[in-house]
Design a protein around this ligand. Structure first.
Ligand SMILES: *Cc1c(COP(=O)(O)O)cnc(C)c1O
Length: 416
């Protein structure tokens, strides 16, 4: 007879009771502090993925912990039919800091994307052009996992088996301005892109191209949607990645991840003009913008807008870039290319990226995977130079392992 009790259930074995959509590493963490994570058996790891660009201020950031605790004792949830003062304050802070005039709050990146797509289509409908429904997206993009988001990104792996692709979505290769110019037509509603692609392997759109796309949108009355869910909120070394390019602001922007620093918060930002179709009753969310989320969001944003934090991100990013070009010179058989912007760094590898992540993990360094055989570093933005240097040392040893494995594999293939 087997009796299941909590203490008998090993925490690290894949669950029979969780939908099997993730391939999970048998590693369970119990607590975190800054860029360190500690497993249930007390081992420490250097975290250079930060919950995939979420824990931008590090784990258990004392300021975020304090506001969350304080709010938890006052009020969690009321409903958006009431005025939520913290929501108004966070919306004001976000609009003060950006191109936007208005904000809708949700609980995730995908929800922010849904709102962005709906806002764009409703804008044209309101303008008396209901035929303008097409959302143009790009190869290598990632916009989330809802039906709208997978259709916007067009990644065949994520669409397969989920019924026919939805109408009103167009997909183009990355970085081909001529293809974009040819595709924009009388049924185009919006272009959606990540100024720096995250999951696609830390690919940044060239500055001049972002500017050209903005101009094309202006000429054709097309709305420009940025997905800054991963590259935004300080990760690039500016509050938003598109701010590196003058005159390339969007009409609508989706943000999430770092906004709650680990608490689920997403937001769709828009100009008043772009949001003019989003009238009473046209959209909503039960949890979006609840007092708990807003308390953390306010405290998070207050840190993320600090110029000294952005200067720090640029400094650490500069250090990494320099160190990684050294690594590439020493391990040209392992590292092919270095990409990204700020602390969204991609290393395109010549050896399998999944194996490389494992080699890094053996060094107690956590990094993320990415498309195009990349691994990504997405550390907390307040990672110190000492921690960055520790990460470089661990990556060097991971490169050594990858090289040794590749050599052993070729030797096994070559007859003696
Ligand atoms: C993570 C991510 C999303 C989806 O966010 P969820 O919170 O998982 O729904 C969308 N776009 C980008 C660029 C992301 O990195």
């Amino acid at each position: 007879m087997t009796e299941k009790t909590a203490s008998q259930a090993p925490a690290t074995v894949p669950s029979d009771h969780i939908m099997a959509v993730y391939s999970r590493t048998p590693l369970a963490f119990e607590r975190g502090e800054g860029a360190r994570l500690y497993t249930t058996d007390g081992e420490s790891y250097l975290d250079c993925m930060a919950g995939i660009a979420v824990n931008a201020l590090g784990h258990a950031n004392p300021k975020l912990v304090a506001v969350l605790k304080e709010q938890a004792e006052k009020l969690w949830h009321v409903s958006n039919i009431f005025t939520i003062p913290a929501q108004e304050r966070l919306a004001k802070a976000l609009t003060d800091a950006t191109f936007a005039d208005v904000v809708f709050f949700g609980n995730s990146g995908s929800e922010a994307i849904e709102c962005a797509i709906k806002t764009a289509r409703k804008y044209h409908w309101k303008n008396g052009q209901p035929e303008r429904i097409d959302i143009i997206g790009f190869e290598g993009s990632f916009h989330g996992r809802t039906l709208g988001a997978i259709n916007a990104s067009g990644n065949p792996n994520y669409l397969e088996g989920f019924g026919p692709p939805l109408p009103g979505f167009v997909h183009l290769p990355f970085g081909d301005l001529d293809a974009i110019k040819a595709a924009v037509g009388p049924t185009t509603a919006a272009i959606i892109l990540e100024p720096v692609q995250g999951e696609g392997g830390a690919r940044a759109w060239p500055d001049a191209m972002l500017k050209a796309i903005r101009e094309l949108c202006d000429e054709t009355g097309t709305l420009l949607i940025y997905d800054e869910i991963q590259c935004g909120l300080g990760r690039s070394g500016k509050l938003f990645a598109h701010e590196w390019v003058e005159g390339a602001a969007p009409d609508i922007m989706a943000v999430a991840k770092a906004l709650g620093g680990g608490f689920p918060v997403g937001a769709c930002l828009a100009t008043a003009e772009a949001a003019k179709g989003m009238t009473v009753g046209s959209h909503g969310s039960t949890y979006g913008g609840n007092p708990l989320a807003m308390a953390v969001g306010e405290a998070s944003l207050a840190e993320l807008v600090k110029p000294e934090l952005m200067a720090h991100v640029r400094e650490v990013a500069g250090y990494f870039t320099q160190q990684f070009s050294g690594l590439r010179e020493r391990y040209p058989d392992v590292i092919e290319d270095i990409r990204g912007k700020g602390l969204l760094i991609g290393l395109k590898l010549k050896t399998p990226n999944r194996e490389f992540m494992q080699h890094a993990r053996e060094q107690h360094l956590l990094i993320a995977g990415g498309g195009d055989n990349c691994v990504r570093l997405l550390p907390p933005l307040n990672l110190t130079i000492e921690e960055a240097s520790e990460a470089v040392g661990k990556l060097e040893r991971a490169c050594e392992t990858a090289r040794a494995k590749a050599k052993a594999a070729t030797q096994a293939k070559t007859p003696a």
